[in-house]
Write a protein that binds this ligand. Sequence first.
Ligand code: NFS
Ligand code: SF4
Length: 651
Amino acid sequence: MVEKKKASVDTASQALFEEAVNQGIRTAFQRYEQQQPQCGYGTLGLCCRHCAMGPCNIDPFGKNGPDRGVCGADADTIAARHFDRMIAAGAAAHSDHGRGVVEVFLAAAKGEAEGYEIKDEQKLLQLALDFDVEIGERDIKDIAIEVGEKALAQWGQQEGEVVMLKRAPLKRQKIWRDLGIWPRGVDREIVEIMHRTHIGVDEDPVNLIMQGARAALGDGWGGSMIATEIQDILFGTPVPVLAQANLGVLKEKEVNVVIHGHEPVLSEMIVAVAGSKEMLDYAKSKGAEGINLGGICCTANEILMRHGLPIAGDFLQQELALVTGAVDAMVVDLQCIMPGLTEVAQCFDTELISTEKRANIRGTTRILFEEDNAMESAKAIVKKACDAFEKRKGKKVHIPNEKTDLVAGFSHETIDYLLGGVFRSSYRPLNDNIINGRIRGIAGVVGCCTPKVTHNDYHVAMVKHLIKNNVIVLQTGCSAVACAKEGLMLPESAAEFAGDGLAEVCETVGIPPVLHMGSCVDNSRILMAAAAVVKEGGLGDDISDLPVAGAAPEWMSEKAISIGHYFVASGVYTVFSATWPTMGARKLTDFLFNGIEEKLGGKWDYVNDPIEAADKMIAHIDEKRAALGILEKKKERVLMDMAMRRELDAG
Ligand code: NFS
Ligand code: SF4
């Protein structure tokens, strides 16, 4: 018998997974097993139900089964339409998040949202320049209102160009213009995908994928980037903070409030309220020693980056957090919230509170959250948690010991500042160290976790392999949480895990070899960093010239496909693992993995083994180094050093 794969490489998650099994509680891990075997047509991208003549399947072996749907669509058309709809959904999720943030910002600027204020004026002025808003002697409030209005208009813009893409290198901008894929408006490109993928509209896989690029660019350089910028303006641009990660951050004797989801407009208010004397007194009146906040999913990354609050866990740990029995309230807004949570919460005294009009989850307590009642909602939530604590007090809990220190807060600005120093912040030292070969290249490793592979295994293996080979790693999302738990986000980890060249740079600057850049909308920070490296000079004049690569080794969400596609459309070689959604469509897959590079300079790849995937990223990085004429430098210096060290080790 084949031995069953472990649920997780994270020992805290593995223990809680077993605890759930013992207690007869179902989580995503068991539900995944119950789904086996999963539909082969769906897995290969060969199932279409875009109209009621279907559902239609294509025979993946090209034998006696159908090679076309009822309407005549072939495998490549069907899979391309499906791929585009994933992009549309992902781009919509990020962008709708961005829109929500801009709405709160605008209300705050008008003085209609109590508790919110402008924290980063410098960044507001920067954004004002992007949007051609006059600064002069104007009042900061007036500038903010005009920036907010112009930013909001990006969603509904019908013609012209989404503004933020102008932050990309000029050569990249020309590629987008020449291909006709510069997004006109954030919403428009998403709607156009829905139209073009309706029965009987766009049949050509290449044409479909290029529209996918247009919508994805509207996400990465549009909706997501505006979300990041406005969040920084409202809540502060992240600077380095020390924090902890994993379920060991829960505290038996305190009221544990776990905030799960994505939009910081809610979590920021809860953070503000939970520290108030009023709430602490209330908690104490219920017998608790304090109020302890922790985050799950991207909300975790948001409150970590700006407040140093602990990360309780990643996507696959949301149910396991409840299995500890120690979570008094889990507050959710939207995205990546498993409906399975309610079933788990029912086994405990946990208050499951949903806060979003756009996302009702049956069986939760509804405390709707809007900008004009933010404070009261946050208070009501924390009080509910305290009440739940009173019920939980004295009962057995299963809080694991694991909690790992990490340093986070690496916004694009932080990197700029740390590398260049206070008087001349710049990316020059990074570029120089890439050119001289101490740093071989840069990898963005991002995305979700999925029960399709052992939880966190691929993230950790890939990132360790990359830094060992002197590739500095930038991270966001649940991938960042996985590596934080593993201890890779501490400056000390450079000496332990990184290759000699990278370790030397990290030690000199005092940074970890793996940099936490935030939530998934903050992948826009990685785009900004890439643009800054190009601008700094010496490494070509487009993102596609850089020795960089991207990956999402345990991806599962449609957002991840949108992110991957805007990386590809920005010129980056991007590798996914775990599964690939177009595998049954040969011509389409060949276009995504090869042909698309001719147009966009970046391309997709799928490699299931994380080490092999990392090796392909490194090979790509070396190819780019060779094209820049800097490959040899790396060889002389780093490989000799490593060989020498090996000799020493052997002796
Ligand atoms: Ni990103 Fe954040 Fe995690 Fe995946 Fe979900 S939380 S937006 S989608 S699962 S990384
Ligand atoms: Fe079948 Fe075509 Fe309808 Fe899809 S759109 S379900 S392939 S008939």
